[in-house]
Design a protein around this ligand. Sequence first.
Ligand SMILES: Nc1ncnc2c1ncn2[C@@H]1O[C@H](COP(=O)(O)OP(=O)(O)OP(=O)(O)O)[C@@H](O)[C@H]1O
Ligand SMILES: [Mg+2]
Length: 254
Amino acid sequence: MAEAPEPFIRIRGLKQSFGDHEVLKGIDLDIMRGETLVILGGSGSGKSVLIKHLPGLLRPTHGTVTVNGLEISQLRERELGAVRRQMGFMFQGGALFDSMSVAENVAFPLREGGVRKEKEIAQRVAEALEIVRLPGEEDKMPADLSGGMRKRVALARAVVGKPACIFYDEPHAGLDPITADSIDHLIKDLQRHHQITNVVITHEMRSVFHIADRIVFLDQGVIRWTGTPDELQATQDPQLRAFIAGDSGEPWND
Ligand SMILES: Nc1ncnc2c1ncn2[C@@H]1O[C@H](COP(=O)(O)OP(=O)(O)OP(=O)(O)O)[C@@H](O)[C@H]1O
Ligand SMILES: [Mg+2]
């Protein structure tokens, strides 16, 4: 019998407390190589905290995170550097450095990772801007860009290190529906043409149905539900249905 494929990231028994506030209460999750996994959940459910564990930006209170066969929760900062070079991030808010040009923003992870040759940096920045469909925009300053363009620059910065995996924390926030859709196309292109594993936190249900291969629903620090987009469409779980419909349960006709 064929063995089940190794997940790219394996999370087991992950708990995270801040003081006496237990935010993650025991997460078990496998993220498979090449999939687009969407993390859903209400505000404060622990999505950002969970995603910050994947590159080892937080240390688990309990449990393990294994990336590509390597248990990262006990690694030193220096050893984590090598793990993080396989990963790209688009953080919540997606802030660019306002005093740096587009090129300098995108080059940032390369320089952090020790790439020194200016010619190589320029070439990789150009390729990353090509991928996010902003070719030739190197010299612009963030203040001169629209919200959607800033998101694409943040995505170029996530892509420039040729990562195996990209984490996106609310990449659609603040975008109009059409610009959000173009971000979804980029996310799927990265998966299909660059074999990138995507982990996406979003509240944009339209995007979820466009991009997700698999969805997990986080509620108060536990995974309450896992399934495919079709299974989510068909679910009878009242809490999930309310979440999809954007219904808080409060009356409108008063
Ligand atoms: N560094 C920290 N120190 C203390 N508490 C924290 C820290 N980071 C997160 N928390 C708390 O953990 C809980 C979950 O936060 P998290 O940012 O993961 O929520 P979220 O699901 O991403 O919400 P949103 O959809 O609003 O972004 C919140 O109550 C938050 O205040
Ligand atoms: Mg968050």
